[in-house]
Design a protein around this ligand. Structure first.
Ligand code: ADP
Ligand code: MG
Length: 248
């Protein structure tokens, strides 16, 4: 299955304000796709449609379809959509519990046995590069970790239930360079197993890590293509202006 997630003529309005306008998009499996575009163009709203969260907002009028593989969201249970498509936000939100309890939370909910929980927790802390940093302080409050560690913990926690897709909304915008590079390194590794869609307003970040890039403007997709052609050979003048820093 080359495309794991897609939208057809997707529009979202709040009252009579159209925030997303007829979005057609297809996301490739096991790739990193960056979503770029100026503030207010609808990136976060779009991400919220990609894991069904938008349907919970009674003020949002949603038209068009979202497909996970060959299934329309409406034919899937919302729990299934949530399990398969994890979402993370700009500021990490660990629970006010220990590192271990954060990691254990969903696994307990799903009734995973203690021994197996432990294995999964260690594995996910390792893939996010956190294990060595926290192995001696697993009982420490997660809120005592640094911002970068909290962000990686939230990603590790999301991975415990084995999603297939991770949606990340500007996960590095509050982080310093080293933490940002750490997260980027982690994402490059994670794409072997997961599909990653990341909103970023850091264009160099998109260039560094994204296989594909989608450029949005005023609720529309202007250009969606492989990252090298977006940045080296954009076909739309607005893309050219945005990536050269003329606005945004
Ligand atoms: P971005 O993430 O690209 O900055 P957003 O998706 O957050 O953009 O917002 C796009 C537009 O939708 C903005 O004009 C914002 O004010 C509007 N918007 C987002 N959420 C709501 C909401 N719950 N109610 C009304 N307007 C909203
Ligand atoms: Mg946003």
């Amino acid at each position: 299955m080359e495309y794991i997630l897609s939208t057809y003529n997707l529009s979202v309005s709040f009252d009579d304000k159209k925030v997303l306008n007829d979005i057609n998009s297809r996301f490739k499996s096991n790739k990193i796709t960056a979503i770029i575009g100026p503030s207010g163009c609808g990136k976060s709203t779009f991400l919220k449609t990609l894991n069904g969260m938008i349907y919970e907002n009674s003020e949002a009028i949603v038209k068009g379809d979202v497909f996970f593989k060959d299934k329309e969201f409406f034919d899937l249970k919302i729990e299934t959509v949530r399990e398969k498509i994890g979402m993370l936000f700009q500021s990490p939100v660990p629970f006010p519990l220990s590192v271990y309890k954060n990691m254990e939370y969903a696994l307990r909910y799903y009734g995973v046995k203690r021994k197996r929980r432990e294995e999964i927790i260690i594995e996910k802390l390792k893939v996010t590069g956190l294990f060595d940093e926290v192995k001696d302080s697993l009982n420490k409050s997660a809120l005592k970790l640094s911002g970068g560690q909290q962000q990686r913990l939230c990603i590790a926690r999301a991975l415990t239930i084995e999603p297939e897709i991770l949606l990340l909304d500007e996960p590095c915008s509050a982080l310093d360079v080293n933490n940002t590079l750490n997260i980027e390194k982690m994402l490059m590794k994670l794409k072997e197993k997961y599909t990653i869609i990341i909103v970023t307003h850091n264009l160099s970040q998109a260039k560094r890590i994204a296989d594909e890039t989608m450029f949005m403007l005023d609720g529309e997709v202007i250009e969606f293509s492989n990252t090298a052609s977006i940045f080296n050979n954009p076909s739309d003048n607005r893309t050219k202006e945005y990536i050269s820093g003329l606005f945004g």
